[in-house]
Design a protein around this ligand. Sequence first.
Ligand SMILES: Cc1cc2nc3c(=O)[nH]c(=O)nc-3n(C[C@H](O)[C@H](O)[C@H](O)COP(=O)(O)OP(=O)(O)OC[C@H]3O[C@@H](n4cnc5c(N)ncnc54)[C@H](O)[C@@H]3O)c2cc1C
Length: 331
Amino acid sequence: TALPSDLTRAPIASFASHSSAGPHAAGGSFYVFWQAAYHLFGQWHPRGGSQSLTTALIHRLEGWGGEVRTGAVVERIDARGGTARAVVLEGGQRVEASAVVTAVDVQTALLDLLDPPLGGRDGVELKAAHRGNAVQMLVHLATDKLPPYPNARPGDWNGLQSHVDTLDELRRGFLSAEGRRLPYPVSTYCFTPSVYDDSLAPAGKHTVYLACPCAPYDVEGGWESQQEVFADAMIAQVEAHAPGFTASITDRHIRTPTFMARELRWPGAHPMQLDISLDQLAFMRPTRRLSGHTVPGVAGLYTCGASTAPVGGIAGSSGKAAALELLKAQP
Ligand SMILES: Cc1cc2nc3c(=O)[nH]c(=O)nc-3n(C[C@H](O)[C@H](O)[C@H](O)COP(=O)(O)OP(=O)(O)OC[C@H]3O[C@@H](n4cnc5c(N)ncnc54)[C@H](O)[C@@H]3O)c2cc1C
């Protein structure tokens, strides 16, 4: 209410909703400060895209003598006798360990993979942690120019570009998604990372990343038959503010929530794995008793990742907290 015009309210709410908490959620406006912090302190982009960050971390780990195995699906964490002793991979291979750190959705880790599963009060509370149905839908585009915003100034493509026209549209979008319906008009925002990283596209070409922050994971009628039309609607949303944008597209790749969930073994395709509502934040994430990255009753087991304290995202805070707990327990 402090901002009377949708010209300011809509883009600010759109920035905040990138956190995956919509304006309908109690405390959703809190995440405006998260985005404000990006403006204040800056944001970093690994040259070559996000994979470069993962590659750098792997190099560091290998430099310390570690080994990274990919495509190794963990089926079971053996904690019989109250101590995590090994993980068992798909296919049956057993990997013995003096400590196990989980970095997947914590409900999956402790209720499905852990053997025996977390029980008692801790298990019941963890099972009750909630994950909404409003998640992100992405369209990756190759274009032969940046979105042609009328009267744009240099620098206008450096950050998140909001294509949300009213706060109410965004609020209704989140409510539609929670009700398993597609949101129309389609709240959309875009990033144009090739503007500051010329390794991403050939000279004169660009990569444009469109996201709808309030797409339903579980949708009436399924994504398969609706994804092309929905992607067209996202593009039309940008076209309305940047006439000529559609004609600049040379290729596109649609990433629906169900596609991403399948590709990444990612329950509900929720960006933060669990909602980041006020009751599941910081020392209450995922539950009050599990927020310390250790697991009551299971020695040698640590949890990290987006569904653990303090919050999801790519800052690595939960991994650092879990590592510190593990170090504390070293003899
Ligand atoms: C579109 C979008 C935009 C986002 N933008 C931002 C942003 O701007 N800033 C920000 O901070 N955050 C952002 N986020 C959120 C952020 O990306 C996530 O919170 C974060 O990547 C989660 O990291 P994670 O390591 O906990 O989980 P994940 O990245 O999901 O990693 C878990 C890994 O474990 C693997 N796995 C799962 N099950 C098993 C198993 N049984 N055995 C072995 N491996 C398994 C998965 O395949 C996956 O590789 C965004 C998310 C989305 C979807």
